[in-house]
Design a protein around this ligand. Structure first.
Ligand SMILES: Cc1ncc(COP(=O)(O)O)c(C=O)c1O
Length: 421
């Protein structure tokens, strides 16, 4: 066992110890050698040391030993190792939510006078953090259109310390030419760290650290992000019932910068939540594939409907960046956004969502229940947005696809037109 041997060191001649003392310092230690499919769940704020020398010798950066509950237990180290494998990295850290992982990256890598660069379709709270908090701390931000590499080029400069990428983008699901964007950053701002929000790809759709050669290109050194964040809240947990995030990297130097900021910030995770993710991780590939297949069937049903102007869904031809998706990815998340015909009002689009019976109304995706959220394009992307009609993002769960299509079909009645299909 770790720590002093329990129950040892009774004082000679002392009175028998009380029951509470006996229970807290109980000498029984279960025999070593137990193994099972699920790793053990160790819960600790206090970590016990064998002796004072061991307490003094600990390192918060090395995962070869334990120091404090906040900095890791066998349970959290196990999840970190598995997440590094999932995403093709070598080092991982856990945070209490995906957004906490985003904030950790920003906090660890940015200083006053630096600039960070974000895509216009970045996860909105990431943008809000830059605009409201980082700006207050003297960190500038500039946005780029991820579908236009020239706009990224214009946003880069000698002050650029961090570039965020997200594929596909939040809600409108544009898939950028990631290889072109990464090459640009390496050429024009070699000092900048590239951070990928890998929540959509989940380590399954594409390799964020090694995007591979493009069509007609020779394979060369790995071209990809320097670090990823992942909202484990989504596919890794798979239940819609918890929050957690991770940061993964292949760089020991970056890991140490992140781990130091992590250890100073107090952003620990609870062992029960880690257990949830460890339990769900073995089935992530199966769930991701099932949700991908279901979303493709729904996208095929929606394509060409009279009420729907466009289906935003990277595997669907005509979706922004479809060709980039095809050249980077082997799968897709079960998310699609319906752009309704611009003749419908926002109130009609809201009524469509209200009429759905098998889709919950809610934000956080990746769980068993399908979800729908309406967005007004001008509120989402500002005036002059490329999107004209009301948007409804669908997150496809694990229900029978036929039931979901029947539900969407009946809800379309709110528009009062008969589709030609
Ligand atoms: C792309 C993306 N990144 C990050 C997050 C943040 O995850 P969390 O809800 O765990 O903070 C989300 C959540 O919706 C997301 O969609």
């Amino acid at each position: 066992m770790a720590g002093k041997r329990r129950g040892e060191g009774k004082l000679a001649g002392a009175a028998p110890e009380g029951l509470a003392t006996a229970l807290i310092h109980h000498p029984y230690v279960a025999p070593a050698g137990f193994d099972a499919i699920a790793p053990g769940v160790f819960k600790a704020s206090t970590v016990l040391f064998e002796n004072v020398a061991a307490l003094r010798a600990h390192s918060w950066l090395e995962k070869a030993s334990y120091s404090y509950g906040l900095h890791g237990t066998p349970t959290s180290f196990t999840l970190e190792a598995r997440l590094a494998t999932l995403e093709g990295g070598t080092h991982a850290l856990l945070a209490p939510s995906g957004l906490a992982a985003v904030a950790l990256v920003n906090q660890a890598l940015l200083s006053s006078g630096d600039a960070l660069v974000l895509p216009t379709n970045v996860y909105a709270p990431n943008r809000n953090h830059a605009v409201n908090d980082l700006a207050r701390w003297g960190i500038a931000h500039r946005f780029y259109d991820p579908m236009d590499p020239a706009s990224l080029e214009a946003a880069l400069g000698p002050d650029t310390a961090l570039v965020w990428m997200e594929a596909a983008g939040s809600v409108t699901l544009e898939f950028p030419d990631l290889r072109a964007l990464v090459r640009l950053v390496r050429a024009r701002a070699p000092q900048a760290v590239i951070a990928m929000d890998n929540t959509w790809g989940a380590g399954i759709a594409y390799d964020a650290f090694d995007l591979g050669p493009g069509p007609g290109e020779e394979g060369g050194p790995a071209l990809g992000a320097d670090l990823t964040i992942h909202a484990l809240t989504k596919y890794p947990s798979g239940g819609g019932d918890m929050l957690m995030g991770s940061v993964v990297t292949r760089s020991k130097v970056l890991y140490e910068r992140l781990a130091l900021a992590h250890s100073r910030s107090g952003i620990g995770v609870g062992a029960n939540d880690v257990e949830f993710v460890l339990r769900a991780l073995p089935t992530i590939a199966l769930r991701y594939a099932a949700q991908d297949a279901a979303a493709r069937r729904i996208a095929a049903w929606a394509t060409g409907r009279a009420e729907i102007a466009r289906v935003l869904h990277p595997p669907t031809p005509g979706s922004p960046g479809h060709a980039h998706w095809a050249s980077h990815c082997r799968a897709a998340a079960g998310l699609l956004t319906l752009e309704f015909d611009a003749r419908y009002t926002g109130a009609q689009v809201d009524a469509f969502v209200d009429a759905l019976r098998r889709f919950g109304i809610g934000w956080s995706w990746g769980g068993p229940m399908s979800l729908a959220v309406p967005y007004r394009p001008e509120a989402l992307r500002g005036p002059g947005s490329a999107y004209r009609g009301g948007l409804v993002r669908l997150c496809i769960g694990l229900e029978d696809v036929g039931d979901l299509i029947a539900d969407l079909e009946q809800a379309l009645a709110v528009f009062g037109v008969r589709s030609p299909t």
